[in-house]
Design a protein around this ligand. Structure first.
Ligand SMILES: C[S@@+](CC[C@H](N)C(=O)[O-])C[C@H]1O[C@@H](n2cnc3c(N)ncnc32)[C@H](O)[C@@H]1O
Length: 275
């Protein structure tokens, strides 16, 4: 199965230009199996032929790679570390540039906007939220979520050190049971497509959050992406990864000091560009 999946991904790259070859192989095998069952195809050779002939079916398969699960103040502790250990340092900066990459529907970027607003830094901050999934980014721009979701976000907000009444950050539309976050929080938030596999450094940042994206990448792609993130951070800038992610790669880890090992928080301490 492994060889056939690798051949399928190589053919998709060659025929259509979508490069999925460096995603974690176990993840790709799972994606192929799920999509074969969804398309009622039991044989991988037939599946390969089908995808190479039918772009509509190919697009359905590619959607397996766009897992957009997210939450505001997800996992709580990284946001407490950001508020308590990073924000005091950012206060000495004339401007703050933050990159939330693989931001899905923008909940992480919005959480950071709330903290920076509360801490009096938002007016001199720009937050870029990027993802490969255009649909998720459209949802991010709307900043509208269901009331049930916001109940969970509220709890996370207080547990991560939130100080205000969370209800002040949004208005509720009771008719359609949705919550819309305030325009004042969206004014310095920019969402756009950026692919960690193929796109390059596009700015310099004081803070980068890249959480729960590398879990789908193999070591080679993680290393390549980490190098790009490292080159996008300014000296003494901060990087947050997801709790099951790491940067234990030669040529990368030497450029950082660990701030919190459990919550994968790092600070760049070496300004040489990695190639
Ligand atoms: C599980 S979500 C994580 C969302 C958010 N960072 C969080 O931790 O809540 C993973 C996101 O990574 C995005 N993604 C996957 N491959 C990517 C790539 N090559 N470049 C940019 N984003 C990617 C997916 O589209 C998805 O929105």
């Amino acid at each position: 199965m492994k060889d056939k999946v690798q051949n399928l991904l190589a053919s998709i790259h060659e025929y259509y230009g979508y490069d999925l070859t460096d995603y974690h192989i176990d993840f790709s095998i799972r994606a192929v199996k799920n999509e074969m069952s969804h398309q009622s195809i039991s044989d991988i050779d037939t599946f390969t032929e089908t995808l190479l002939k039918d772009e509509f079916k190919l697009n359905s398969f590619i959607r397996c790679y766009l897992i957009n699960v997210s939450d505001m103040f997800r996992d709580i502790e990284p946001f407490r570390i950001f508020r308590e250990q990073v924000v005091p340092d950012l206060k000495s900066y004339p401007r703050v540039r933050v990159w939330s990459c693989g931001c899905a529907s923008g909940k992480e970027a919005l959480s950071l906007a709330i903290i920076l607003e509360e801490e009096g830094l938002y007016d001199r901050t720009i937050i870029y939220g990027t993802d490969i999934n255009q649909k998720a980014l459209e949802a991010a721009k709307r900043a509208t979520y269901s009331i049930e979701d916001v109940i969970g976000f509220t709890q996370n907000y207080y547990l991560s050190g939130g100080k205000r009444d969370f209800r002040n950050f949004y208005t509720i539309n009771w008719e359609i049971k949705t919550v819309h976050f305030n325009q004042s929080l969206l004014k310095n938030l920019y969402f756009s497509v950026h692919n960690l596999v193929s796109d390059k450094v596009f700015n310099e940042f004081e803070v980068i959050f890249c959480r729960n994206v590398f879990i789908y990448f193999n070591d080679n792609l993680q290393k390549r992406s980490l190098r790009m993130l490292k080159n996008s951070l300014r000296y003494r800038g901060y990087l947050f990864l997801g709790h099951s992610e790491h940067m234990n790669f030669k040529g990368i880890s030497e450029h950082f000091r660990m701030i919190d090992s459990k919550h994968k928080t790092y600070q760049k301490i070496n300004d040489e560009v990695c190639i």
